[in-house]
Design a protein around this ligand. Structure first.
Ligand code: HEM
Length: 418
């Protein structure tokens, strides 16, 4: 059966799982063997203990144009070196230093929404969450250079990334211009010019490998593009779904507001501890990520033999693993289509029984997981108690399957001050 990544893929995968069970062997049109695996134990094993037997799989060549050989697409020694160099930038301590940027980006949204509310106007929550997350990752990466070097022409030159079609020629041009802009920012920073504030770029510039070498300009460029692409659409999509789900579930909304009012009664009470205490908000975010994992399909290609319990994966075999499918499989998650944040209430039940891997697992697990939970908690903690969002169209949004899972149409809402 053909298995490219397009809008039919989700239906195809669901059908394969229903008909053939947890381990599906597929011969692709080019003759290559592939497995689609829905056994929670094997998925965990491939992503964790056996991860070194696999490289990134089909689909990643499409993002190489944008990300070069950055962390998400690289493999083997190149990946290992970059990961070691970059990981310290994502320590909790460093992420906490960026919390004030999260607050600042919420303030900008609040100002805009207050204006819309006063005029009785609608907002496009899909672009609002996208703008929020893009602005946040850019200021976290470039601090003062965001205003002085990136936003100089008024339009955000990264904005096209949220509606990308990587084969489009105009996108190729935009990427080229963007790379030139980033190279000039890097050159200025190396020359001691530009922003002197704490940001991801300053940390990446200081990073060294075991031999004491720093990133070259082109390595740095790939890693910056990776950071921005990885860091904004995923959180933006999750927040888009959260606003939709909250509007559909008033009981959840009430509990979220109570959580925010208890732990973040005002912005000066907001710190890593108060955000950590927002347990119900954490549950809502996890349940949203269960239903709508932004990275809905992982692909891998084996480069050496892997012996699984029931069969061997020969070298050069493609593997498909889907959090979307496993998160909605009813023997792991009863009533899987229902939005029930209490599934994630603290419990003694071993987590291994329930496959949940929106951030992947093992050594290639997302580096931005903690950053994204904080950003989403700050966003909800500050904006939800202030604004009620009413859905304009009540119907269930269709899904669009790109590299990320999105709502196929933008979601519109009417903001009202509480
Ligand atoms: C809801 C938010 C997010 C989700 C669901 C998410 C999900 C993921 C997933 C599934 C991967 C692994 C992909 C694969 O192995 O094929 C990944 C990798 C990565 N993510 Fe995230 N991500 C999120 C937010 C972020 C943020 C905010 C940042 C940066 C600030 C970030 C940075 C990265 C990086 C650098 C990698 C590559 C790690 C590596 O290969 O070593 N992510 N993310």
């Amino acid at each position: 059966m053909a298995l490219g990544i397009d809008s039919e893929t989700l239906a195809t995968l669901q059908e394969l799982q229903r008909e053939f069970g947890d381990m599906v062997r597929i011969t692709k049109p080019n003759g290559r063997l592939a497995y689609f695996i829905n056994d929670a134990f094997e998925v965990r094993r491939i992503l964790t203990r056996r991860h070194s037997k696999y490289h990134k799989g089909p689909g990643f060549e499409r993002v190489k144009m944008l990300l070069g050989n950055g962390l998400i697409v690289s493999d083997g020694d190149v990946w290992r070196r970059s990961r070691r160099m970059i990981q310290p930038a994502f320590s909790r301590q460093n992420v906490h230093r960026l919390m004030k940027v999260m607050v600042e980006c919420c303030d900008r949204r609040a100002m805009h929404w207050a204006e819309l509310a006063a005029n009785g106007e609608h907002c496009n929550i899909t672009s609002e969450t996208s703008d929020f997350a893009l602005e946040l990752i850019l200021i976290s990466t470039f601090s003062g250079d965001y205003e002085t070097r990136i936003m100089t022409a008024g339009d955000n030159p990264f904005a096209f990334l949220s509606r990308d079609s990587t084969r489009d020629l105009s996108v190729v041009m935009k990427v080229r211009q963007l790379r030139e802009l980033l190279l000039s920012i890097i050159a200025d920073r190396r020359a001691g010019k530009g922003s002197q504030e704490f940001d991801f770029l300053s940390m990446y510039l200081q990073a060294t490998d075991k031999e004491g070498r720093s990133f070259s300009d082109s390595e740095l460029l790939d890693e910056l593009m990776t950071l921005i692409v990885a860091g904004f659409e995923t959180s933006a999509n999750t927040l888009n779904w959260v606003w939709y789900l909250v509007a559909k579930h008033p009981e959840v909304e009430a509990r979220l507001i109570a959580d925010a009012r208890q732990f973040v009664p005002n912005v000066s009470a907001l710190d890593s501890e108060s955000l950590g205490a927002m347990q119900y908000t954490q549950q809502v975010l996890e349940e949203t990520l269960r239903l709508y994992p932004p990275v809905w399909l992982f692909t891998r290609r084996s480069h050496e033999l892997d012996e699984l319990d029931n069969f061997d994966v020969a070298p050069d075999t493609d593997i498909y693993l889907s959090p979307f499918i496993l998160h909605r499989t009813d023997h792991y998650w009863p009533n899987p289509e229902q939005f029930e944040p209490d599934r994630f209430a603290p419990t003694d039940k071993p987590k291994k029984d329930r496959p949940f891997f929106p951030f992947s697992l093992g050594p290639r697990r997302c580096l931005g997981e903690y950053f994204s939970f904080l950003e989403m908690k700050v966003h909800l903690g500050l904006l939800l108690p202030r604004f009620r969002m009413q859905l304009i169209d009540d119907s269930q949004p269709e899904l669009e399957l790109g590299i990320n899972l999105r709502s196929s149409k933008d979601i519109f809402m009417k903001p009202m001050e509480r």
